[in-house]
Design a protein around this ligand. Structure first.
Ligand SMILES: Nc1nc2c(c(=O)[nH]1)N[C@H]1C(S)=C(S)[C@@H](COP(=O)(O)O)O[C@H]1N2
Ligand SMILES: [Mo]
Length: 419
């Protein structure tokens, strides 16, 4: 099991009880008022709180701003998956030009000079507080290395390895990247804004366009964070690998929520509501919970920590010359605890041997590893890599199905050809 700190576990249990009893407040939307508002053809205005900033955001045509050459990325709708083979010549950090992009709508162009962050809500001791970009950059800064990984990373293997249908973007393993982020601790900003002892949820919201799903407007991308996590290790980041955040990754400011599912890392953040009541949005109710056998009808607790995975830095179907020595490389990561060991199999999973770890395992990051291989028999083959983290969790052979295909953690079979 993924270990969760007591505060995270307690939060999930409380939310679930509150949801069942109807005590949690829908933030900015509920289905009934949505339909009413939609009928009145005036959705946007009533959904904006008085204190929300105006969005200086124009959505880029085509969704993603940076180039997406096919050797680096596989484009999937409004998203771009990093090809793992393109990481082989990179270090621990993923360069911005090959970092995956997950956009619910499209990358907005936000100008730092007329951007501000508004912190507001009944969980503050006073009224709304604005922070300009300059003001934020003048606060004490911290840096940390962290991966951002989509909750649906690996989703396509439910179908290809387990014969199970799931909904959502059919990622292979490249909906992850690791960067060095620099910014201000969210705790610092919340304290300066006057967070009260009654605050329970913190709701960052993006400046990208409103999301419309099956004709239903869901409002702008936003997902509540429990106060315990918000005050712990979360960053309001303005730099990625030593450069200002690029447009596609949240310019000018995004959240970095270490070890948690990608959706927590809200990009292009424009305002943060601090609430004295638990909040519900489509991003912690219908989406980003587990639905299916073994889960209650309203779904699991909202997803928080990421799971455990491994990937080879190889194209699917890569060819290897028989009787030569090859260096296999890859990466493993876990949201639960640092990766402790990685085993590889070059014979389809019959025999396993340890890979050499090339990085000191750290929480919220990945480790690079390598193993030598001298293939003998020409023909098709399957490579496997299986990680174990310091909590003792090892990647299983299969992942329990859930309707939206989240948190795939099973060992992936990587097809190759020996020639
Ligand atoms: N405002 C906003 N923030 C967002 C998203 C989005 O569409 N809009 N996508 C989320 C999801 S689902 C993921 S996985 C990560 C992806 O971050 P990246 O595009 O920088 O890789 O951003 C998250 N933050
Ligand atoms: Mo995601």
């Amino acid at each position: 099991m993924t270990p969760a700190s007591p505060s995270e576990g307690a939060y999930d249990r409380i939310r679930l009880r509150q949801l069942r009893r109807g005590l949690a407040r829908p933030a900015g939307i509920d289905r009934r008022s949505l339909l009413r508002l939609a009928a009145a053809a005036s959705v946007a205005a009533p959904l904006l709180p008085a204190a929300a900033p105006s969005a200086h955001a124009v959505t880029a045509p085509g969704g993603v701003v940076k180039p997406l050459p096919p050797e680096l990325f596989t484009v999937r709708g409004t998203n771009a998956e990093t090809n793992f083979a393109a990481l082989r010549d990179t270090g621990l950090l993923t360069p911005a030009d090959r970092f995956f992009v997950r956009n619910h709508t499209g990358t907005p162009r936000v100008d730092a000079s007329d951007w501000k962050l508004t912190v507001w809500g009944d969980g503050l001791t006073g009224g709304p507080v604005d922070f300009s970009y300059e003001a934020l950059r003048a606060l004490p800064s911290v840096s940390r290395t962290a991966f951002v990984e989509c909750a649906g990373n690996g989703r396509s293997f439910f179908a290809s390895q387990q014969g199970e249908q799931v909904s959502g973007t059919a990622w292979t393993l490249g909906a992850i990247g690791t960067a060095r982020w620099r910014g201000v601790r969210l705790a610092e900003v919340l304290r300066r804004a006057g967070i009260g002892a009654n605050a329970v949820d913190v709701l960052p919201r993006g400046l990208d366009a409103e999301v419309v799903s099956d004709g239903v407007p869901l409002g702008r991308v936003r997902r509540p964070l429990p106060v315990a996590k918000a005050l712990d290790d979360v960053l309001l980041a303005y730099e990625m690998n030593g450069e200002p955040l690029p447009p596609d990754h949240g310019h000018p400011v995004r959240l970095i929520v270490p070890s948690w599912v990608g959706i927590a890392n809200i990009k292009w953040v424009g305002d943060i509501e601090v609430s004295a009541e638990p909040l519900l949005t489509p991003w912690n109710t219908g989406m980003y919970r587990l639905f299916g056998p073994g889960h209650p009808p309203e779904g699991s607790a909202p997803l928080s920590r990421q799971t455990l995975k491994s990937a080879f830095e190889l194209t699917p179907g890569a060819t290897f010359a028989a009787h030569r020595r090859h260096l296999l490389t890859g990466r493993s990561w876990s949201g639960g605890a640092p990766v402790r060991a990685v085993d590889v199999s070059t014979d389809g999973g019959v025999r396993w041997r340890p890979a050499r770890l090339r990085d000191e395992p750290r929480p919220g990051s990945w480790v690079r590893w390598s193993a030598d291989w001298v293939p003998r028999a020409p023909g098709p083959g399957v490579l496997l890599a299986r990680a174990t983290d310091r909590s003792g969790r090892t990647q299983p052979e299969t992942t329990a199905w859930n309707t939206q295909g989240y948190l795939f953690d099973a060992v992936v079979r990587h097809p190759v050809t020996v020639v």
